[in-house]
Design a protein around this ligand. Sequence first.
Ligand code: NAG
Ligand code: NAG
Length: 223
Amino acid sequence: MASRWNSRVSIIFLFCFPELLLSAVVTLDSLEIYTTHEWLTSTPTVYFKCNEEKKTVLPDVKKAHAVYHFKGEESFQPLTNFTSKKCKRCGFYEKDRIKFDDVFDEWEFCPSDFTSPNGIYIHSKDKEFNATFLCDECVKRGAVDNLDGDSHHHNEGHGVQWYIVIIVASIVGSILLMMGVFVAYKYWLKRKRQQEQARFLKLFEEEDDIEDDLGLGPLSDSI
Ligand SMILES: *[C@@H]1O[C@H](CO)[C@@H](O)[C@H](O)[C@H]1NC(C)=O
Ligand SMILES: *[C@@H]1O[C@H](CO)[C@@H](O)[C@H](O)[C@H]1NC(C)=O
């Protein structure tokens, strides 16, 4: 019961604030490098890195012109994750023992890049590499965004407004209902009092009748 309530709350929450979606995990699906930058050794050390995140070394990638496929469960996976619609500056690099590391490519990696329904995004650079990435959640989020259309932020505002309208309407409805019940109760009390008064008066009249029948006039009061 509590968990169902929680999930309902989180769905409403996500509906109102899509920017705060849970992290969307990105895995590396395949990689082929066309070149190695290292002159002295034949086996390169290739790694992936996004701005201000740690390096992800790809230990299997040793040869150029070989396509490496990944299951997404390797020890270095996931490569990164997106916590908002914001892009990250990421790249593939090769460690260099002497000078600065070599760059295969560095680019703006965005959740919106994942447009194909199977959640795949291919990024390649001539004479450098061809990489495919997987991010299912990015596609789901993209679909939601597309449903909202161009005026995404506008609609988002509407979502919040609807939420407020529903809350205000239910509060006003409750107040009206309580007022209705109160008025009905007051009316019922009034009716009841009137009925009691009528019965009381009737009782007096009956008593007067009995006294008259017994022939007891005002005299009886003085006895
Ligand atoms: C997102 O990725 C960062 C860095 O890759 C990691 O430290 C963090 O735990 C991840 N968060 C989630 C929720 O997976
Ligand atoms: C890159 O790799 C993908 C998946 O292996 C493949 O479908 C695509 O044709 C490749 N692109 C190039 C330019 O080699």
